[in-house]
Design a protein around this ligand. Structure first.
Ligand code: IMP
Ligand code: MG
Length: 185
């Protein structure tokens, strides 16, 4: 895999800006969940960086769990909606105050399917925290309770988000120059 600098169009959100916003989100969540039984759920793998930074900024006691899904997509960069659980949660969420931590909401299909799947397990509450929101791409309405940044319709990578599974480690969110990433054949 090539160095990301070959196809990084721009740094959209730099590390400092990300961390400052995550600190604010953590403060907001800490206020809202005082006295509650907060349980953070992360969908592997994109949300991992965000989860681990966010939880360090949350001052109320909480637990975490992970799930993985695969979506029957139109292509690697588009999702059609149907999701299948490939790794289920370890713990029961019944009666718990569940906060779903996501990297990005695009069409909204993934998150709305996951919410439906979790709701039947009867959590006390079920909310959504996403780092990025590509609002103009939305195809289904999803309630977003906490949002880091609204971004334009561009393909982004870094900070948990991958390009064909690579570059999740970058500490910033960058816009990819798709022509440079996948030169036309
Ligand atoms: P949705 O079902 O269309 O909302 O898609 C959400 C999922 O698509 C996210 O969890 C990501 O895995 C992926 N995704 C959407 N946009 C991007 C992007 O710009 N970069 C990387 N992954 C993305
Ligand atoms: Mg994801």
């Amino acid at each position: 895999m090539r160095d990301y600098r070959h196809f990084l169009k721009t740094v959209l959100i730099d590390e400092q800006t990300l961390q400052a916003r995550i600190r604010e989100l953590g403060e907001e969540i800490s206020r809202d969940y005082q006295g509650k039984d907060l349980h953070l759920l992360c969908i592997l793998r994109g949300g991992v960086m965000f989860l681990t930074d966010l939880m360090r900024q949350i001052q109320v006691p909480h637990s975490i769990d992970f799930m993985a899904i695969s979506s029957y997509g139109v292509g690697a960069r588009q999702s059609s909606g149907q999701v299948r659980l490939t790794l289920d949660l370890r713990d029961d969420i019944q009666g718990r105050d569940v906060l779903l931590v996501e990297d990005i909401i695009d069409s909204g299909h993934t998150i709305s399917n996951v919410l439906a799947l979790l709701a039947v397990r009867k959590p006390a509450s079920l909310k959504v925290c996403t780092l990025l929101d590509k609002a103009e791409r939305r195809e289904v309405d999803v309630p977003i309770d906490y949002c880091g940044f609204r971004i334009a319709d561009e393909f982004v990578f870094g900070y948990g988000l991958d390009l064909d599974e690579y570059y999740r480690n970058l500490p910033f969110v960058g816009v990819v120059d798709l022509e440079q990433f996948q030169p036309p054949e």
